[in-house]
Design a protein. Structure first.
Ligand SMILES: NC(=O)c1ccc[n+]([C@@H]2O[C@H](COP(=O)([O-])OP(=O)(O)OC[C@H]3O[C@@H](n4cnc5c(N)ncnc54)[C@H](OP(=O)(O)O)[C@@H]3O)[C@@H](O)[C@H]2O)c1
Length: 229
């Protein structure tokens, strides 16, 4: 079992629908959190809600190389971390012919490049027994038409997680790839480009967050979409 009480965890994308639900669950378990997000206002509101459990907050744009470095530096200030949950991300919709370069770049930067850069910067700070959690998505298992670039960005993250799991095992660092189905956070109503398809009702964000925190505590090695059924 991974001890969550008094563990210091970095949550990136803490201000998002899933990120904030994960933060609340972790605080219920007694964890101490460093919160990373883009909006300072949202970070301040979340920190105020979570109270003394918050070690630090860091606002950074993860789409440029300095962002992950700044987040890792903030997490270092308390003498290393017991884990990181990467829950930042963006989505876009539409056929390939309508995919513009800025959208493609941002999808890859947020969903794949930033977590790679972040983990590279965090390596010296991860204590033995630490856990690295990546929020990929069901589309890494079942890529969808009209979401090709998003699906590919998540497949890349899932592939990276698998390789890192093997690479970091000797250092006793566990990498947990999480591939949730559609969840009611409003993400699909905020695409960086394109028009959302009819997705139907998604899973409850608190239930998804609860399952993720359960997997962290229970030392699970993989959390496929079927784990949320
Ligand atoms: N919701 C779903 O159906 C679903 C299903 C499977 C997987 N996922 C994945 O789960 C993750 C979280 O999704 P969500 O539904 O919680 O989305 P969300 O509510 O939109 O949250 C996204 C988070 O990413 C942050 N972010 C976006 N652009 C950023 C940037 N340039 N720099 C720094 N931070 C940035 C946002 O910060 P601000 O709040 O400051 O903007 C926010 O904290 C994503 O990777 C998503 O692909 C979601």
């Amino acid at each position: 079992m991974t001890q969550l009480r008094d563990a210091h965890l970095l949550v990136v994308g803490a201000t998002g629908g899933l990120g904030s639900a994960i933060c609340r669950r972790l605080v219920d378990e007694g964890s101490r959190l460093t919160l990373a997000g883009r909006s300072e206002t949202k970070l301040a509101a979340l920190a105020s809600e979570l109270g003394e459990a918050v070690v630090a907050t860091i606002s950074a744009d993860l789409s440029n190389p300095a962002g992950p470095v700044a987040v890792a530096a903030a997490a270092a200030e308390d003498g290393g971390i017991d884990g990181v949950i990467y829950a930042a991300g963006v989505v876009a919709f539409g056929p390939l012919g309508e995919l513009d370069d800025d959208t493609f770049d941002e999808l890859l930067l947020l969903n794949f490049v930033a977590p790679v850069r972040l983990l590279r910067s965090l390596l010296p700070q991860l204590k033995p027994g630490a856990v690295v959690v990546h929020l990929s998505a069901v589309v890494a298992e079942k890529p969808m038409k009209g979401m090709a670039a998003y699906s590919a960005s998540k497949s890349a993250l899932t592939g990276f997680s698998a390789a890192m799991g093997a690479e970091l095992r000797r250092q006793k660092i566990r990498v947990l790839d999480v591939r949730p189905p559609h969840t009611q956070t409003g993400l699909h109503t905020r695409p960086i480009s394109g028009v959302p398809p009819q997705l139907g009702r998604g899973l409850d964000a608190d239930i998804v967050a609860g399952r993720i925190v359960e997997a962290i505590a229970a030392d699970e090695a993989d959390l496929p979409a079927s784990a949320f059924a």
